[in-house]
Design a protein around this ligand. Structure first.
Ligand SMILES: Nc1nc2c(ncn2[C@@H]2O[C@H](COP(=O)(O)OP(=O)(O)OP(=O)(O)O)[C@@H](O)[C@H]2O)c(=O)[nH]1
Ligand SMILES: [Mg+2]
Length: 420
């Protein structure tokens, strides 16, 4: 299966249904009261984590996701049906960002479903607008549009511990002996092509998640080998286990290997490079003549060093214990903070009024949204809108700036005559 960990999709929540204009009719009753029902709510866009998914591949084939619209209201006070939410399943650890700003909208790593976009509210039917002085309301409100957003999805796996090191040093072998995971293991470079997770049991009820990623080489941060892209999957790991082949089986120096990987880490993300590391010298069943020098090198730098043979399982239990001890001191897996804020202000918020060559122009995005749901050809509907205009203080501001009856007032794409 192809591993895809980035995608870009377009989301649109459902529109609210329109309210109905209808009047009660009955035999022998000349003109009944208004009984137009409300429109139904549009469907939300909801994200849930799915632990059976491990890639964002599906989102390469389908790019547009729309929740259904609410149904329109009907006569006889019948409300339109609200639409069902559109539930989108993603692998756990998927971070959703608004495309333009790249602000984080959600991090789908908990168990709770996340309502990302809200469906539009249904419009009120005319039954809502009957008042003692307005007995025949010939208007209803249109449903509000559902929210829409273009987003990028990025998978950042959730694991406590990340395995790093050169290719062929035995990272996948270690994962396979510590957990039930069955990664591919072979005696050549870049056997592992995609990240893999395994659960490591420590003692009854205690376990941690270990992530194995493709090997790194010098220049990975410049795209050499498989590059450093996969490092993003261990970006939120609480700590790292740095696996080094201390047997010299490939003719390299363990000390140089260790420094190379650390500087590649640093080039990718300084915070990741600063994460606690336990260093393991692997393949000690082959040759240990380089080990003493390497051990004192890393211990002098302040790291914990453990001697290991993944194949004979020498030292594996000590490693599990040491990792568990360290994890107990460390904060939980990092969740991405939501940095995105909805740009649409609420009704009654700020506006500006400016003089133009032939009248006035009002800048108030929230008002344009109300206008979008107002039937401007309907007198009473317009009255309703004008009430919003005066309640917000815009009329007063226009008058203060000298607006007179008949002056042109521009609001977004609309033009009105000013009438007091
Ligand atoms: N002798 C010996 N061989 C080992 C040990 N651990 C792993 N190997 C061998 O080393 C080779 C590479 O092991 P992998 O686990 O695939 O290594 P890797 O680090 O995951 O490699 P990449 O996925 O390519 O980055 C395999 O042939 C393993 O059998 C060990 O402790 N001793
Ligand atoms: Mg591997």
């Amino acid at each position: 299966m192809q591993f895809v960990d980035k995608a870009r999709i377009i989301l649109k929540a459902g529109d609210g249904g329109n309210g109905a204009v209808a009047f009660h009719r009955e035999k022998f009753v000349a003109a009944g009261g208004p009984d137009g029902g409300d429109g139904g709510r549009g469907g939300n866009i909801v994200f849930v984590p799915d632990d059976n998914m491990s890639t964002l591949l599906d989102f390469r084939y389908k790019r547009k996701y729309e929740a259904p619209n609410g149904a329109n209201g009907d006569g006889g006070n019948r409300s339109g049906k609200s639409a069902q939410d559109l539930v989108i399943r993603v692998p756990r650890g998927t971070v959703i960002r608004e495309f333009e700003s790249q602000d984080v909208v959600a991090d789908i790593s908990g168990d709770e479903p996340v309502v990302l976009l809200k469906g539009g509210k249904g419009g009120f039917g005319n039954a809502h607008f009957a008042t003692p002085t307005r007995q025949i309301p010939r208007f209803a409100k249109l449903g509000q549009p559902g929210e829409k957003m273009e987003v990028t999805l990025e998978l950042k796996l959730i694991a406590d511990v990340g395995l790093i090191g050169f290719p062929n040093v035995g990272k996948s072998t270690l994962l396979s002996v510590l957990s039930a995971a069955k990664p591919k293991i072979a005696n050549y470079h870049f056997t592992t092509l995609t990240p893999m997770l395994g659960v490591v049991a420590v003692s009854q009820g205690n376990s941690f998640v270990l992530a194995d990623i493709p090997g790194l080489i010098e220049g990975a941060s410049k795209g050499i080998g498989l590059g450093h892209d996969f490092l993003r999957h261990i970006e939120r790991c609480r700590m790292l286990v740095h696996v080094v082949d201390v047997s010299g089986s490939e003719g390299r120096s363990p000390i140089e290997d260790f420094d190379t990987i650390n500087s590649e880490l640093f080039a990718f993300n300084e915070a990741l490079a600063a994460r606690p590391q336990i260093v393991v010298g692997n393949k000690t069943d082959v040759d240990t003549s380089f080990e003493a020098e390497f051990r004192s090198y890393v211990e002098k730098k302040g790291y914990t060093y453990l001697s290991l043979s993944a194949v004979t399982r020498k030292g594996t239990q000590e490693l599990v214990n040491a990792v568990w001890l360290k994890l107990k001191e460390l904060p939980a897996v990092e969740k991405f903070e939501v940095t995105y804020t909805k740009p649409l202000p609420q009704i009654g918020s700020k506006f500006t009024v400016e003089r133009t060559d032939d009248g006035f122009s009002v800048d108030a995005p929230w008002l344009e949204r109300i206008l979008g749901t107002t039937d401007v050809d309907d007198y009473e509907s317009l009255l309703y809108f004008q009430k919003a205009l005066s309640d917000s203080g815009i009329v007063a501001e226009l008058e203060a700036q000298g607006a007179k009856d008949g002056d042109t007032v521009e609001i977004g794409d609309y033009q009105f005559d000013f009438i007091r």
